[in-house]
Design a protein around this ligand. Structure first.
Ligand SMILES: Nc1ncnc2c1ncn2[C@@H]1O[C@H](COP(=O)(O)OP(=O)(O)OP(=O)(O)O)[C@@H](O)[C@H]1O
Ligand SMILES: Cc1ncsc1CCO
Ligand SMILES: [Mg+2]
Length: 263
């Protein structure tokens, strides 16, 4: 079995507990996607329990889509605990750059504990690269390719993996750049597909120690499930429903066969 297929196989056999502190908009979509693929999601943000939940989880997902002060406290506590317990964690810097507050919180999270993976769209990754790589500016257009230079610098500076999602996904670790060229334009017409991608990265981190491989497989699962759902769907509504079914039905063998990648 290929290494990509084997990661999906491990999700099915181990059903990792994935701790999500995510936004109000996507909590339900994200939990359903993780259940469909074979993981066990838990959404928990109360400051009183966040440390306990990190400790029992296989991985942590931090998503700053709908920030507020109390949640930020919980996020910081969670990432500190993840660092202490060596629990892998992925960060989704939703809308970083759109407000000074979002930018400050994204920086604070990254400074508190380095995420193993950061996943964002091209403009988010570029905004983050711009504030983090203070010696080098990056372009202001929003094409995924333009974000690669910034992402590469960011990945080197943080010594982690950066994922840029879009029509083509780029997974960047050091000099290694993997690409995934599956998926559907309908994925950008449903809220929270990016958040789902991030939560799938968290899921793969829960079963696979090779961080670059885990992030690549997560984007491969998104893309291939997106292709399969696209064939059956008339628009965003049916796509969302079919996407869950595709995640549920996707076999490790079909994933390996249909993924379009250089990895
Ligand atoms: N035009 C496209 N063709 C193929 N796949 C796409 C396309 N646009 C987005 N995707 C896929 O959709 C998923 C979400 O990526 P996207 O870049 O849209 O995230 P996002 O902007 O953070 O989304 P959101 O904030 O709504 O959650 C990824 O798996 C990506 O590969
Ligand atoms: C629409 C939206 N607003 C804040 S979070 C979110 C979900 C997509 O990230
Ligand atoms: Mg997003």
């Amino acid at each position: 079995m290929s290494s990509i297929a084997f990661v999906l196989q491990k999700i099915r056999t181990k059903s990792p507990l994935v701790h999500n502190i995510t936004n109000y908009v996507v909590m339900n979509n994200t939990a359903n996607a993780l259940l469909a693929v074979g993981a066990s999601p838990v959404m928990a943000h109360a400051i009183e329990e966040v440390k306990d939940i990190v400790t029992i989880s296989s991985s942590l997902v931090i998503n700053m889509g709908t920030l507020s002060e109390k949640w930020v406290e919980s996020m910081l506590m969670a990432v500190q605990q993840a660092k202490a317990t060596k629990t892998p964690f992925v960060f989704d810097p939703v809308g970083v750059g759109a407000s000074a507050y979002r930018t400050a919180i994204a920086q604070k999270i990254i400074e508190t504990a380095t995420p193993n993976v950061i996943r964002g769209n091209a403009s988010e990754i570029m905004a983050l690269a711009k504030v983090t790589n203070s010696t080098k500016g990056v372009d202001s257009t929003m094409d995924t390719k333009d974000a690669i230079e910034g992402a590469t610098l960011l990945a080197q500076k943080l010594n982690n993996t950066i994922v840029i999602s879009g029509e083509t996904d780029y997974i960047i670790t050091g000099d290694n750049i993997s690409k995934i060229e599956n998926g559907s334009p309908l994925m950008a017409k449903i809220t929270g597909m990016g958040c789902t991608a991030t939560a799938l990265v968290g899921t793969c981190l829960g079963v696979e120690e090779d961080i670059h491989l885990a992030a690549t497989v997560a984007m491969a699962i998104m893309g291939v499930a997106g292709d399969l759902a696209h064939e059956k769907s008339a628009g965003p509504g049916s796509f969302q429903m079919n996407f869950y079914d595709s995640l549920y039905e996707l076999s490790p063998e079909v994933l390996a066969e249909k993924v379009k990648t250089n990895a």
